[in-house]
Design a protein around this ligand. Structure first.
Ligand SMILES: [Zn+2]
Ligand SMILES: [Zn+2]
Length: 175
């Protein structure tokens, strides 16, 4: 969804209020995509503070299903975005590009709200999500979910790193 900023740019000092639905229902992070749901409208207050500088303040709530970093079970993760951007619209797009002034957000006089939310989500995206702190993950041998299905595989002898660690522990015990 886009917002036409022509009125904002024309009228200094007046705050324009917007509540618009978020269209995006997938979030791409690196090569992965995640389904978005429970999306609140994007609420924005936009004001031209003078001299072609616009300030954008806003918020949006959205949830994403992110697989647990250990067992891959989808974890419902909510985000409370608070948006605060200040964009200097002076000069040509090329000049703004050099100043890194939101060229990706505004084309002509249109603000790309989807992009605004994408930037906010990306900044808050967790490195890793766990379904629970003590999640046991998947068996590296048979792939069973060890939280619900203790498969009985002898994983230690098959993982050379684990074997090295248990050697250290047994050596320690003998001392
Ligand atoms: Zn898990
Ligand atoms: Zn197993």
């Amino acid at each position: 969804m886009h917002i036409q900023l022509a009125d904002v740019l024309f009228e200094e000092g007046r705050t324009f209020h917007y509540e618009i639905p978020l269209e995006r229902d997938v979030m791409e992070v690196g090569r992965e995509s995640f389904a978005l749901y429970e999306k609140s409208p994007v609420v924005l207050d936009i004001v031209n503070t003078g001299g072609q500088v616009i300030e954008i303040e806003g918020s949006c709530q959205v949830s994403a299903k992110i697989p647990c970093g250990r067992c891959l079970k989808e974890v419902e993760t909510s985000f409370m975005l608070s948006i605060s951007r200040k964009l200097d619209m002076k000069g040509s797009e090329q000049e703004r590009m050099q100043r890194l002034d939101g060229v990706d957000l505004i084309t002509g006089t249109k603000l790309d709200v989807e992009r605004l939310v994408y930037d906010g989500l990306l900044a808050q995206w967790p490195m890793r999500v766990l379904c629970k702190e003590e999640c046991k993950g998947l068996c590296s041998t048979c792939g069973a979910d060890l939280n619900t299905d203790p498969c009985g595989c002898d994983r230690q002898s098959l993982d050379p790193r684990m074997a090295a660690i248990s050697d250290i522990f047994s050596a320690f015990k003998e001392v």
